[in-house]
Design a protein around this ligand. Structure first.
Ligand code: SF4
Length: 375
């Protein structure tokens, strides 16, 4: 099984916390779509003999594309790859794009899952981080998606936004849970160097949420999700039964995927490669048929580090039998030996040959991971 990721790197304006590669350059959309379709053809052998199980249009803001632009992409995918009949086909969207007209226009496209970047249901928060939408539009977007027939809806939230209190976060969660969505991703705010939000923090003009409150927010998140039958299947991802994101799960299970478009990453089980993070350079390189990506062959240690890093974040944890089978007894012992202090202090649960983070362990997951890495 394999997946296709397509990066649509356009945003109408930049959110203050975001360090993804995106541009405000809608005039380049038609040329970019043509280049992505050419890239699909150039790299049609990247996933040899693999049936496609998931397709994911991420960004940026894929919901700014027109029906015709989406259709062109799908025609190219379906004529290049064999796509499973029950493939999960997701697009990311900004709430203010999700009008009833928009859903009417995409009615015949093969999407069966939508991921809505809500981030907050508070207008003050949304303004502070320069989001395009309002709290009202956030709620309305979910309702519009449901009325359009989407039965697999994910929403993204951020906790620890400046000035957010535990009470305000609880209110956010209550609103989210009242919307009858099937999947919630919730990320703790990080201040990425160089972003507007990072600069504001450096100037001391933000009321930054302290680590202790962040931890309480995460614990509240886990508690509320559990009470509402959402399974914590990865540190930041919660799903009702049978609604795990198959696309993201395939990353965590180390399955191969091809990433198309500027700055998209690909993985073929032996190497990673990433496309140039510039729309213009990408379009030009595809046009004149020169190299548009960098590639790194993964060493044995890098593959072990990837395996441990992604497995530990999931509910299934690190399977020691698989680890030993893939990487040998020496590395399995190394992992077990280095994680032992965390087992002893109940930060990690060790049972049936699996190592899983406990709720206390999740709060120090980075600290644990560092001890398991091979450099
Ligand atoms: S819409 Fe998403 S990708 Fe675009 S700037 Fe905001 S967070 Fe970044």
């Amino acid at each position: 099984m394999a997946g296709i990721y397509i990066h649509i790197p356009f945003c109408q304006k930049k959110c203050t916390y975001c360090d993804f590669y995106t541009e405000v350059a809608p005039q380049l959309i038609p040329n970019l779509i043509d280049s992505i379709i050419k890239e699909l053809d150039i790299r049609k052998d990247y996933l040899p003999d693999s049936a496609i199980n998931t397709i994911y249009l991420g960004g940026g803001t894929p919901s700014i594309l027109s029906k015709e632009q989406f259709s062109k992409i799908f025609e190219a995918i379906f004529s290049t790859y064999s796509v499973n009949e029950d493939a999960e086909i997701t697009f990311e969207a900004n709430p203010d794009d999700l009008t009833t007209d928009f859903f009417e226009s995409i009615r015949l496209l093969p999407f069966n899952r939508i991921s809505i970047g809500i981030q907050s249901f508070g207008d003050e928060d949304l303004k502070r981080i320069n989001r395009r939408h309002t709290a009202f539009q956030a709620i309305e977007s979910v309702s519009n998606a449901q009325q359009a027939g989407f039965k697999n809806i994910s929403i993204d939230l951020i906790y620890g936004l400046p000035s957010q209190t535990l009470e305000k976060w609880e209110k956010q969660l209550d609103i989210a849970l009242s919307l009858n969505v099937q999947h919630i991703s919730a990320y703790g705010l990080t201040y990425e160097e160089g972003t507007v939000l990072w600069k504001q923090r450096e100037k001391g003009i933000l009321n930054v949420v302290e680590d202790e409150t962040m931890n309480k927010m995460y614990s509240l998140l886990v508690k509320k999700m559990k009470e509402n039958s959402f399974e914590a299947y990865e540190i930041s991802n919660f799903a009702l039964p049978n609604f795990r994101s198959r696309h993201n799960s395939s990353y965590w299970k180390q399955e191969s995927y091809i990433g198309l478009g500027p700055s998209a990453h690909s993985y073929d089980l032996i190497s990673r490669q990433w496309n140039v993070a510039s729309i213009k350079d990408y379009i030009n390189a595809i046009e004149i048929n020169t190299e548009f990506f960098e590639r790194e062959e993964l060493t044995f240690e890098a593959r072990y580090n990837d395996f441990v890093m992604v497995s530990l974040r999931t509910a299934e944890g690190i399977d020691l039998i698989t680890l030993e089978h893939e990487f040998g007894i020496k590395l399995a012992k190394y992992c077990l030996q280095n994680i032992k202090p965390f087992i002893d202090t109940k930060k990690v649960d060790f049972s049936v040959n699996r190592l899983r983070l406990t709720s206390d362990g999740i709060l120090i997951s980075n600290q644990i991971l560092i001890q398991l890495m091979k450099v």
